[in-house]
Write a protein that binds this ligand. Structure first.
Ligand SMILES: [Zn+2]
Ligand SMILES: [Zn+2]
Length: 379
């Protein structure tokens, strides 16, 4: 046996080091020399083993005091050695477990739970009217599904053609001695499946799953908002035989509407009004998101930009039979391209206006402020 380094020297601590100091030193050095961080570096791997071995002895008070008294001799040889691991030396369940406890989370190497198949995503665009009423849409997704020919077994003879893997006896993983500690690896014979197939299925080449394009109906509820995600449980990728499939997420995007803007459960619609309609008042007809029409009474003297509310003519509310409101915003247009007659009428209108030139309170207020402004600059 090659000469061994002093365990304290290996951990770069003094002989008086406390348990905490040992632990800190071990963590620091083990992280530094871990094989995952030094792939293919034999000297780092060697160092890592020394560090692990040293720590395994020194962290245990009994072993540490034996080491302090007898040195490496305490742990060597057959009969005279200090039996600390059920006689197995640095065997199964020793360092591997410690290592996993200490570094499992840090290295991301912890045990993985049995997973479902992968989730998949798709997108559907609907109109605002469809979002209002709710709609059924068909989506097409390409995923792996359980192979029908072999019922997911991967075997031509189905279940009868599947045997427990002789290498791992069905466990799907094997424990291998790496230097003096034990690591668990996916079984190389069955690639972790735990079973082997003699005659692979011709449809899936033994995979147990095949790629399929499926069409699915998606029920999109009334009131759905742009950006909503609908989950369809179990419609994602197959996880293989006996494993739950993933989910399908359908992202809903709602197209812009030419007439309506939506804000929550309210709907806004801009309606142009001729100047005379606004001035004299009028009844107008407006479209409603549900496909119907509504009448709005525009009062005389309506100003540009004014809103009118139509109760209950707004958007459907998700999971409810109620509806929001609709708001009409009027935009009063200044007439252009006047006929001769229109021009005459407007000139007459304006001369009439001049006689009570005050106009609206806002109009009067503006000119009173203008007067104040000029008076101020003079004084
Ligand atoms: Zn198959
Ligand atoms: Zn196996």
């Amino acid at each position: 046996m090659a000469t061994k380094l002093d365990y304290y020297a290996v951990l770069e601590v003094t002989r008086e080091a406390s348990g905490d100091e040992l632990k800190k030193a071990y963590r620091r050095l083990a992280m530094k020399y871990h094989p995952d961080r030094n792939p293919g570096d034999a000297s780092a791997e060697n160092r890592f083993k020394e560090i692990s071995e040293a720590y395994d002895i020194l962290k245990d008070d009994q072993k540490r005091s034996a080491y302090d008294r007898y040195g490496h001799a305490a742990f060597e040889g057959g009969g005279g050695g200090f039996d600390f691991n059920g006689g197995g030396g640095f065997g199964a369940g020793g360092l591997g477990d410690i290592f996993e406890q200490m570094f499992g989370d840090m290295m991301g190497g912890g045990r993985r739970a049995k997973r479902a198949g992968a989730d998949i995503q798709t997108q559907v665009e609907i109109s605002l009217a469809e979002a209002f009423a709710g709609v059924k849409k068909t989506v097409t997704v390409t995923t792996r599904v359980v192979c029908e020919a072999c019922e997911g077994t991967g075997s031509k003879d189905r279940e009868a053609g599947v045997d427990t893997c002789p290498s791992c006896h069905g466990a799907g993983k094997v424990r291998a001695q790496q230097g003096f500690f034990v690591v668990e690896r996916p079984c190389p014979t069955c690639h972790g499946a735990g079973r082997v197939v003699k005659d692979p299925c011709v449809s899936c080449h033994g995979a147990g799953t095949v790629q399929r394009t499926r069409t699915l109906d998606v029920a999109i509820p009334a009131g759905v908002e742009d950006g909503t995600r609908i989950r369809m449980t179990g419609e994602g990728e197959s996880g293989g035989k006996g494993v739950a499939p993933g989910d399908l997420y359908v992202h809903i995007s709602v197209a812009q509407h030419e007439l309506f803007q939506r804000d929550g459960s309210n709907i806004y619609c801009r309606v142009p009004l001729r100047m005379a309609q606004a001035a004299l008042g009028s009844d107008i007809e407006v479209p409603v998101i549900d496909g119907g029409r509504a009448n709005v009474k525009i009062p005389a003297g309506t100003q540009n930009g004014e809103h009118f509310r139509l109760r209950g003519k707004g958007f459907s509310v998700l999971r409810s039979s109620s509806r929001g409101d609709m708001y009409i915003q009027v935009s009063v247009e200044t007439p252009q391209n006047l006929t001769k007659r229109q021009r005459e009428l407007l000139e007459e209108f304006e001369s009439e206006a001049g006689e009570h030139a005050k106009g609206s309170p806002e109009h009067a207020g503006f000119f009173s402020r203008v007067k104040d402004f000029f008076d101020g600059t003079k004084g």
